[in-house]
Design a protein around this ligand. Sequence first.
Ligand code: HEM
Length: 539
Amino acid sequence: MFSSTARRLWVSGAFRSALVVGGAGTVAAVALSPSSPANSAAAVVLDPNTAASSSYSTERTPTPALPRRSGAAPVPGEPTFTRSQVASNDGVEGRPMWVSYRGGVYDATEFRRIHPGGHIISQAAGADVSAFWDVWAHHHHSPKVGQYLKEIRIGALKEKDDEEATHDPYDSEPVRDANVQTIFMDRPYCSETPVEHLGSSYLTSPAALYVRNHAPVPDCAWEPEGESRESNIQHHEVVFEEGDAGASPTFTVADLQSRFGTVTVTSILQCAGNRAGEDIKATGNSGFTGSPLERITVGMLGNAQWTGVRLAEVLPALYPKECAAAAQHGGGEWHVVFEGADGYSGSTPLARILDPKNDCILATHMNGEPLSPDHGYPMRALLPGIAGARNVKWLQSISLSRVPVDAPWNEYYYKNRDGEQIQQLPLQSIITDTAQKEGTQLLEVRGLAYSGGSGNSIARVEVSSDDGKSWSEATIKTEEVKKDQSSKSFGWVRWTAEVPRTAQVCCRATDTEGKTQCEISPKQRGYLYNGWSKVKVEM
Ligand code: HEM
């Protein structure tokens, strides 16, 4: 039903209108100030001893078929409707909003107000939802969808439903390396780095870095035939949305780089749901329970050197009025909205991004190579210390708004216990490996630590083999920390410690402001778990 181009257009149209409807304050006059000097581009030098070698595939392959879910079971004696009756209930001008799916008719008039995916459900008003669900494939396996379908079924279609998809939106996904990824879902693709790979190098390779997609990888993740990946990056265009009035200027990456230069910074990238499995064990069920993501361990995390254009220079040049107002009032009311070519969007407070010390960039390279198809090629937002969900991939547009973007991943998913959009990651330490020291009763323990959103350095990591009654200080491998243009310490440090051998070891980190991890962190709807990392030891 959709060609890939049609899907792209649909998706992008969908979210443009989402911004118009929800983003009351999406605005801004855009002008390049002639007075901002260009920086010189920084060379990326990687240490071959610590940089995991490249290599991700740029091949494409179809994802194994996922059967479409069945609809709600027919109810004996239920009414039947024609397609044109469904179509006439299009949800506008006070009319009900009906949809159909696999021979069933559903009244979504009330449901659309509570739909976790938000108002984009209205795109299917009066029509069949199948093609939309093939893109947002979570509908095919989420148990919640089945429950709602049961509640809102009102009858059956008279005509036979067309159940055959003519286009599979997942028919050209990146080839991935299952040796360095534990796969949770393939539609949309979602994986973590197995713990044995996680701490094996200071920099995580693109092939091993976790992937959390919400939709198919868009076509822009591949260069056109005959063009190199590097030169295609240069032509990639980003629209800086103006909003209510006037034009929305488009800049190529080449424009941005020549105007603002590039920098290389080191930062972890972490999914807000990392350690979701441990969170369930420590604090009880969460939204992850029952989903394939309840198996997340510690690997939705990686550490890399990212190269790109500093947002703290781009935004004041393109949105001078708003940035000046934001600076005057602490920046509180403005948000930067990033929209990806896959239809995903997210926003982060402008104040965070305008502070140059936070090293927020529009990244084109990871560890010196063009971003991989799964990690946002040709350009992504890279906001150190901020949850992965806001680091929008396959970036196609940026806007400023007075309110956070009205998208499912801001309004329904990725919220903390107070119902606020999750932004900053917490202080974290993780045990990646334990081994008995030969000829002794000692255990060598290895792991990682980072301070999350604060960007503080790690002052110490401690390891305990008696459930926290006593602690031994670990040795931090400071010598391998990269000397690049990072303003703070958003990357991880690796550490080693020796403790008496027991059945379980745990660790905790303390940052330079004296903040220390507690044994069990408060429930945040299953996100952001940062209690002590506890690991069983084979005796
Ligand atoms: C009767 C029709 C529909 C029902 C019952 C339904 C139900 C749901 C439910 C229960 C979720 C949350 C799933 C979970 O988190 O486990 C969800 C998410 C979502 N829905 Fe729908 N939906 C419908 C139609 C649509 C349509 C037509 C679209 C698009 C045009 C759509 C777009 C989305 C999106 C984007 C999400 C977030 C998915 C993600 O990122 O994983 N939905 N929907």
